[in-house]
Design a protein around this ligand. Structure first.
Ligand code: FES
Length: 117
């Protein structure tokens, strides 16, 4: 595990690990939320996919993944003023998301990205 730190104002942000693309964003209650946006097909970056209805199209092979299938990750997190620290395995770097719709998606399913906060 590695602890990484970023500014709240940097969100939404993509945390790249060796095998995942994790979207970090704020909930409506301004709490940090981490969503695994790794394509279930072959691990493509859904963080850079195109929004289509209730799904996101993977930029690698074009498969559609429903927003409600995206898993929320329960990562150890701490806030210190305007900074957020999170523990994550295999950290590689940060990138920006191009899929802003995912950041704001709402639904009634609490088990995944579809937040009813
Ligand atoms: S990796 Fe996403 S469609 Fe193949």
């Amino acid at each position: 595990m590695q602890t990484i730190t970023f500014k709240v104002t940097d969100l939404p942000l993509v945390i790249r690990t060796l095998d995942r693309f994790v979207l970090a964003r704020l909930s409506r209650q301004s709490e940090p939320v981490f969503i695994d946006m790794t394509c279930p097909h072959r691990g493509g970056p859904l963080t850079h996919g195109k929004h289509q209805g209730e799904s996101v199209l993977c930029p690698w092979h074009g498969n559609a993944t429903s927003f409600c299938r995206l898993q929320r990750l329960n990562l150890p997190v701490a806030s210190h003023g305007d900074r957020i620290s999170v523990e994550i395995e295999g950290f590689v770097g940060f990138t920006r998301t191009q899929t802003e719709e995912v950041c704001n998606h709402e639904s009634n399913n609490k088990e995944n990205n579809c937040d009813n906060e």
